[in-house]
Design a protein around this ligand. Structure first.
Ligand SMILES: *Cc1c(COP(=O)(O)O)cnc(C)c1O
Length: 225
């Protein structure tokens, strides 16, 4: 595995997909998903210039960060249990996976106690799969007002994980849905949600074509888990 080469390839694919859609490559940021990989491997990505990483488990994240440079930026991209909020808030730049009103309330309360204003994304269960976390689309709409009253939380946008598929084109309709749903929520809320986190190793180019501002790419950089 040549991580530098993989990173360069992913970044050039992002740039090409952005150009195809008439977007600038700087509008899209790569989150390198380092879950299950050890710090030695993550350091190779850092040496190649990657500073933004995503982890899906709080324990694993907290184990890794002390052994890595403080300049790294971390996003939590997996389901967060309320009893881990206090530990994770000081470590992450963003929680991409706020998937219920109850969790938002817990983050809001603990952020108040810690004196911080966490940045979050709301995870939408776009295909309403029972196996996945996230707000079912209709629920987010009805809970938006309550979410906006969490005055300690900065809601930057939406995140989704479409159903697993071999064909990246299968994801396109879900990415379009997330973008259009974001537009609808912006109108309802009267505020902007500029961030769309969508696209993984198999379908990030399609996601960029459909407006992703974060793509979360693991195996295309680090190899099979
Ligand atoms: C693991 C994971 C990714 C990256 O998946 P790859 O297919 O390895 O690129 C992206 N997003 C989330 C939420 C993940 O858990």
């Amino acid at each position: 595995m040549d991580i530098r080469e993989n990173l360069e390839l992913v970044l050039s694919n992002i740039a090409a997909a952005a150009a195809k859609a008439g977007r600038r490559p700087e509008e899209v940021e790569l989150v390198a998903v380092s879950k299950t990989f050890p710090v030695e491997i993550i350091r190779e990505a850092v040496d190649a210039g990657q500073l933004l990483f995503g982890e899906n488990k709080v324990q694993e994240l907290l184990r890794k960060t002390p052994d890595l440079p403080a300049k790294l930026r971390w996003h939590l991209i997996g389901h967060l249990q309320s009893n881990k909020v206090r530990k994770v808030l000081p470590v992450v730049e963003m929680i991409q996976s706020v998937d219920s009103l109850e969790l938002a309330y817990d983050i809001n309360r603990i952020a108040g106690e810690l004196g911080v204003f966490p940045k979050v994304l709301l995870e939408v269960n776009v295909a309403e799969e029972a196996s996945k976390h996230g707000f079912p689309a209709h629920k987010l709409e009805t809970q938006l007002e309550d979410l906006l009253q969490c005055d300690r939380i900065e809601i930057h946008g939406l995140m989704c994980i479409p159903p697993i598929s071999e064909d990246p084109e299968d994801s396109r309709k879900y990415f379009v849905f997330l973008r259009e749903y974001r537009d609808k929520l912006e109108k309802l809320a009267g505020t902007k949600f500029p961030v769309l986190s969508m696209g993984m190793s198999g379908d990030y180019a399609v996601a960029v074509e459909e407006g992703a501002t974060f793509v979360r790419v693991g195996s295309a950089i680090f190899g099979k888990r």
